[in-house]
Design a protein. Structure first.
Length: 351
């Protein structure tokens, strides 16, 4: 059923014999946080009145003397959680200030909503579409520690080429060599079935998926691509995507990382993001008989990205590890230029 309002959520929960309502929201670093409410205690009034939580315990939110905050669930975000033993409906929430009743300025979801509202106000376009290509590694072992007299990290994968000579257990070979993980068939590709399960789980939760495949890196680098959608909806889906792929991997006693560069001297994981503006059902970025078929508006849009590239790095490459990836020779976008087909360009215009 299409869920549009609070009453639809309540009917959906009843029809699916839901016992728990899980409320999720995004913190400043971009991670989902959550708590759960008994379905017996959850009513339609929560959508209008909100439900309280401690904002001082969330990174980047409130100080302890102004800790009380409110969550307001978005009915259209509802989905059945595929990982809970008890039937659970998940709802993504907006954060509000309990005193003023206004949306919380540090709520990343509100930032996306403001951007969509601002776009309409400019008259340039009615809507923007976003299609991120999220890459990740599937690993079998992750260890790390730091103490007074040592520090280390250690990762391992059955598929990793460094295991080509290991003799501790049966070794059947089939290890993609460095930078040769794009696109061997099974059994060299160890994770076809795992990625398919991730894809099917995403689809069951209402996320449209276009394609999945092994990526360039050894040790289980993968990519699953979602169908483009609007900004706020896609932001929700990216968080849902990470939640789903990590929990599907956990079912198989594996772990997923989306960190940019987990393996030295092999390809890192990026999140190339397709973007377009539309007005009255037409693609504002398209123009026939021009370079790469893009309009002046598209060139101005690209110009803004390139002009502010260094500042944007605070958001698109926020960790030290991000810059381990942004080096020559690994398909990372290291040049502040725009180009047709060129994967080394900060802005690539696909054919």
């Amino acid at each position: 059923m299409a869920i549009k309002k609070a009453s639809d959520v309540m009917k959906f929960a009843k029809d699916n014999k839901v016992e728990v309502v899980d409320l999720k929201f995004c913190d400043v670093p971009g991670l989902w946080q959550h708590f759960s409410v008994s379905a017996n205690e959850f009513g339609e009034e929560v959508f209008e009145e909100g439900i309280g939580f401690d904002g001082s315990s969330i990174r980047g939110f409130q100080t302890i003397d102004e800790s009380d905050m409110l969550l307001f669930p978005d009915p259209e975000s509802a989905f059945l959680d595929p990982f809970t033993d008890v039937p659970t409906v998940s709802l993504v929430c907006n954060v509000r200030d309990p005193v003023t009743g206004q949306p919380y300025t540090r709520d990343p979801r509100f930032v996306a909503q403001k951007a969509e509202t601002y776009l309409k106000s400019t008259g340039i376009a009615d809507i923007s579409y976003w299609g991120p290509e999220i890459e990740f590694y599937v690993l079998d072992n992750v260890r790390f520690d730091q103490s007074y007299n040592y520090g280390f990290y250690y990762i391992d994968s059955e598929e990793g080429f460094w295991n080509s000579g290991q003799a501790d257990r049966p070794n059947l070979g089939y290890k993609p060599r460095y930078k040769e993980g794009y696109f061997p068939v099974p059994p060299m590709d160890h994770q076809q079935n795992l990625r398919s399960e991730m894809m099917r789980t995403l689809e069951k939760c209402g996320v449209r998926v276009e394609v999945h495949h092994h990526e360039v890196g050894t040790a289980g680098q993968a990519e699953i691509d979602m169908r483009f959608t609007t900004l706020t909806r896609m932001a929700d889906q990216v968080l849902m995507y990470k939640y789903i792929i990590k929990n599907v991997a956990r079912r198989h006693n594996k772990t997923v990382t989306v960190m940019p560069k987990p393996i030295f001297q092999d390809n890192g994981s990026g999140m190339h993001t397709h973007q377009s503006l539309w007005k009255a059902g037409k693609n504002v970025f398209y123009s026939a008989n021009t370079y790469a078929l893009i309009s002046d508006t598209a060139r101005y849009y690209i110009g803004g990205i390139l002009r502010h590239a260094h500042a944007l790095c605070a958001f698109v490459a926020p960790t030290t590890n991000s810059y381990r990836r942004l080096v020559p020779g690994y398909e990372a976008p290291i040049n502040i230029v725009y180009s047709q087909r060129n994967r080394s360009a900060a802005v690539r215009i696909p054919m």
